[in-house]
Design a protein around this ligand. Structure first.
Ligand SMILES: Cc1c2[nH]c(c1CCC(=O)O)Cc1[nH]c(c(CCC(=O)O)c1C)Cc1[nH]c(c(CCC(=O)O)c1C)Cc1[nH]c(c(C)c1CCC(=O)O)C2
Length: 378
């Protein structure tokens, strides 16, 4: 069995150190959806294979996860396992298809609370999601210790919304009808999804994941009051329970990305995550003032800036890395997933500029430290 073969030693632990709050020689960087359609080699793979077939075939998931790591050799500080947040609804018994150019589609979504009886009870992740664990173990070997491997789940509210809407939606009216008209059933559904999220994340770490991210992509569709009722408690439970199950020896850094939930940054800083991932609506100054060094901040350039041309990209990265990077607790990323039509050169410029500015910021901070030690300043 592959689990008995030890993983190759890790050569670049920059992101893990930044997550733990240690000073790093430069800000680490990775990009949400870094394995995806903006890469010609991914599009070529998709001509041959259905999206979920890639997710379910460990060899293919490994191959695609490594595509950005190989293309941008030395520029990415983490890999993220190729999969999707919607594998949990599938594991719970719902059918999900990925329609090219349109996105996810549930032929039979949940309509009324009694439809929850269609969901599998006591989901055994070792059976239903074994293919993800196998992909993680295989990828971890194939990475040969170049960078850490990130595992992930969708957060309960985002997954519940997909399960009810049946796909993307502008208003989330159906999911919101549930939380407002059927709050009890909604909490029951959220709790059931949470249980699967916890087991799935624990399994991903046991399979080889070295960091975890929870995607609350539709957090910002809830106002602050409803976020506190229908999102935050489940996000908190996930962090607490995953850590309790893994134990301090095996726990890995956890990141939470609640897109659009700028109002929740203070609370997100104290619910057990080491990293809070930010979208582009946060300024570095404000985010640092609110989070007060309690977590590592991750993010947050507007992904559309990658369409802005070289000058705009360089200027935005300068602002971002200088803004967040001065305190050390920082991981560079985009504020949401990279978009499918971004030129590969724009991604390369983004990564190279993060490296350059990150090194400059760290060197400047070090010079100030040395100067203050020598009482030259202050
Ligand atoms: C909401 C969400 C989903 N999936 C995911 C989220 C959370 C992040 C976010 O908010 O964007 C997470 C996700 N999806 C994918 C990954 C793989 C790892 C990586 O980040 O590189 C990750 C981490 C691959 C993917 N997931 C999807 C693709 C493209 C599908 C294709 O090849 O046809 C990829 C590479 C499809 C997907 N999957 C989902 C949607 C809405 C879509 C369609 C829109 C789109 O295509 O971008 C659900």
């Amino acid at each position: 069995m592959s689990e008995t073969i030890p993983f190759p030693p890790l050569k670049n632990d920059l992101i893990l150190r930044a997550a733990r709050g240690e000073k790093t020689e430069r800000a680490p960087v990775w990009v949400m959806r870094q394995a995806g359609r903006y890469l010609p080699e991914f599009r070529a793979e998709r001509v041959e294979n259905d999206f979920f077939k890639i997710c379910r075939t460990p060899e293919l998931a490994t191959k695609v996860t490594l595509q950005p790591i190989d293309r941008y050799e030395g520029l990415l500080d983490a890999s993220i396992i190729f999969s999707d947040i919607l594998v949990i609804p599938q594991a719970m018994g719902l059918q999900v298809e990925m329609i090219p150019g349109k996105g996810p589609h549930f032929p039979d979504p949940l309509v009324v609370p009694s439809d929850m009886s269609r969901l599998r009870k006591d989901v055994d992740v070792n059976k239903e999601l074994k293919y993800v664990f196998e992909a993680i173990t295989m990828t971890r070997h194939a990475l040969r210790g170049r960078v850490p491997l990130i595992g992930f789940v969708g957060a309960p509210w985002t997954l519940m919304a997909y399960m009810i809407e049946g796909g993307g939606s502008k208003t989330l009216s159906k999911a919101k009808e549930w939380i407002f008209k059927h709050p009890k059933a909604s909490h029951e559904l959220l709790a059931r999804i949470t249980d699967v999220c916890v087991d799935f994340l624990v399994g991903q770490v046991r399979a080889g994941a070295q960091m975890l991210q929870v995607f609350e992509s539709w957090g910002g569709e809830l106002g602050p009051h409803d976020f506190e009722l229908f999102s935050l408690p489940y996000l908190a439970q996930i962090a607490t329970r995953v850590k309790a199950e893994l134990g301090s020896e095996h726990a890995v850094p956890m990141s939470v990305f609640a897109k659009g939930s700028w109002y929740a940054l203070d609370k997100l800083s104290v619910i057990g995550y080491e990293i809070v991932s930010l979208d582009w609506t946060h300024s570095p100054e404000h985010a640092k003032a609110v989070s007060k060094g309690r977590v590592t901040l991750q993010g947050n350039m507007d992904p559309n800036l990658l369409y802005g041309g070289d000058e705009a990209i360089v200027a935005a990265v300068e602002r971002m890395v200088r803004g967040f990077g001065s305190t050390g607790r920082y991981i560079a990323n985009l504020g949401h997933g990279i978009l499918p039509t971004v030129p590969v050169e724009a991604m390369e410029l983004f990564l190279k500029t993060v490296h350059r500015v990150g090194l400059e910021v760290a060197a400047e901070a070090k010079a100030v430290e040395i100067a203050s030690d020598m009482h030259i300043v202050g």
